[in-house]
Structures are given as structure tokens and as C-alpha cells.
Design a protein around this ligand. Structure first.
Ligand SMILES: *Cc1c(COP(=O)(O)O)cnc(C)c1O
Length: 245
């Protein structure tokens, strides 16, 4: 238990230092806890310490934990790949923001269901800035068109962009991914598309959060550095070809 709180403190310090170095306000960067594979009991330790922004990657895990955490105060985001046959379940779990909207077919189905339920959902457009085939996300060249299309869907509210940086020990390669996301954001802002806000840039994780903050991240998503190593490889969550076990 103490380790977990200590780890959060370390991350908090890293965020504060990165903000200072980037000349940004600490309150402009939100820490989102990536809680995949983490038990509700351990999540509660973080919630009780005041870290209430959490996110899952898989609908089944979201559902299980939504029940287990039903009597706690927290805000749910969803950061995993979403299949359109899981939309109903996503909406049942009171998810406040979907970080992984990456195709118009999904957007249209979401919009349809949201209309039936008379709800509005905040979404971020996920962009594949690393060019790795295994990553989800719209290609950078297609991002603006997708944003224009999604902007027409009344029950979706675009709040910004999300990306997963390249896995590389070379900081400059990682930085290029985040710079690309930011440049797309700037382009979108310049277009003043109705119904589109670009207030959030969701980028940066355990290993690259400093670079992301330097490049303008407003939400960083941290799992491993707080909760420890996971038993599944990341490809289980990010690779389009990997099968659900
Ligand atoms: C798991 C996950 C994270 C957190 O990654 P860590 O390296 O464990 O900090 C961030 N974003 C997404 C989309 C994730 O699935």
C-alpha cells in the first residue's frame, strides 16, 4: 500500500518538475491513472489519496470495476480500442471521455446510441503518430477529415487529441510523435470548426511524460510507474492483430 502512494508521489514530483521546466502551470496537467489489471482494492488506495481520474482499456474490466467501485468518488475515462458491439456497455459505465475515437463508423454508431439515450459523450481523436502498424489511431493525414465528420455528430463533443508515443529509447523520436499531435491540434484550432474544442492533448505515459509535458500534454496516462509491471504485454492492449485471451 505504501509503495503505491510513494509511487504516486514520485510521479507527482516528476509532473511538477516537468511543468516548471516547460514554464507551464501544474494545474494544467491532469494525471490519469491507467488501471488495467489493477484490482479495485488497490485503485481505492489511489482514490482515497485524492487521485480520482482513472481509465480502463477493456470493456469487461471496466464493467467489473465499475461495480466494485460503485460507492467511491471517481471519474471514468476509457483509453482502449473500442469495438462497436461494446458501445452499449461503455455507456452503461458512466464513462466521461473516450480517448480512442479513431474511425467514422464507430463515431456514427456511438452517436446513434447516444441519441437514443439522450446523452452527450466527450471524445478525443486518437492519432497514430508513430506510424507503427500495430498501433490503433487514425493516420495523421486523415485526422482533420475525421474531425470534420465527427463534428457533425450532435451527441459527440470533441475535446482534443490522444496519441501513444513510439516505444524508443531515443527521446527525439518520441518527441516527434508529440510534436506531430500538437501540430495537428494547432491546425484544427486554426480551422475554427464548430462543435470542436482542442483543450485536451492526452499524451505521455510512465516513460515519456516529461517529453509530453514539454510538448503540451494536458492529460498524462500513467500505469506501470504507479502500479508496477503488468502481466500482459502491451501488445495485448494495443496490437490490432492480437486476439483477446
Ligand atoms: C496502459 C496504458 C497507458 C499507461 O502506460 P504505462 O506505460 O503503464 O504508464 C497509457 N495509455 C494507454 C492507452 C494505455 O493502455
Amino acid at each position: 500500500m505504501e509503495t503505491l502512494l510513494h509511487n504516486i508521489k514520485v510521479i507527482d514530483d516528476r509532473i511538477a518538475k516537468a511543468c516548471l521546466e516547460a514554464n507551464r502551470k501544474r494545474e494544467d496537467v491532469k494525471l490519469l491513472l491507467a488501471t488495467k489489471t489493477v484490482s479495485p482494492d488497490r485503485i481505492k488506495i489511489a482514490l482515497n489519496a485524492g487521485y480520482t481520474l482513472i481509465a480502463e482499456n477493456k470493456i469487461q474490466e471496466l464493467k467489473d470495476k465499475y461495480e466494485a467501485l460503485s460507492n467511491t468518488h471517481h471519474i471514468n475515462h476509457f483509453i482502449g480500442h473500442l469495438q462497436s458491439n461494446k458501445i452499449k456497455e461503455l455507456l452503461c459505465c458512466d464513462v466521461q471521455c473516450l480517448h480512442s475515437l479513431d474511425r467514422i463508423e464507430l463515431a456514427e454508431k456511438l452517436n446513434q446510441r447516444l441519441a437514443q439515450e439522450n446523452k452527450i459523450l466527450n471524445v478525443l481523436i486518437q492519432v497514430n503518430t508513430s506510424g507503427e502498424e500495430s498501433k490503433f489511431g487514425i493516420a495523421p493525414e486523415g485526422a482533420i477529415e475525421l474531425i470534420r465528420e465527427v463534428a457533425n455528430l450532435k451527441h459527440l463533443q470533441i475535446k482534443g487529441l490522444m496519441t501513444i508515443g513510439i516505444f524508443s529509447s531515443e527521446a527525439e523520436k518520441v518527441r516527434k510523435c508529440f510534436q506531430l499531435l500538437r501540430s495537428i491540434k494547432d491546425e484544427v484550432v486554426g480551422l475554427s470548426i464548430p462543435n470542436v474544442s482542442m483543450e485536451e492533448l492526452s499524451m505521455g505515459m510512465s516513460n515519456d511524460l516529461e517529453i509530453a509535458i514539454a510538448e503540451g500534454a494536458t492529460i498524462i496516462r500513467v500505469g506501470t510507474a504507479i502500479f508496477g509491471e503488468r502481466i500482459y504485454a502491451d501488445s495485448y492492449y494495443w496490437n490490432e492483430n492480437s486476439k483477446v485471451i
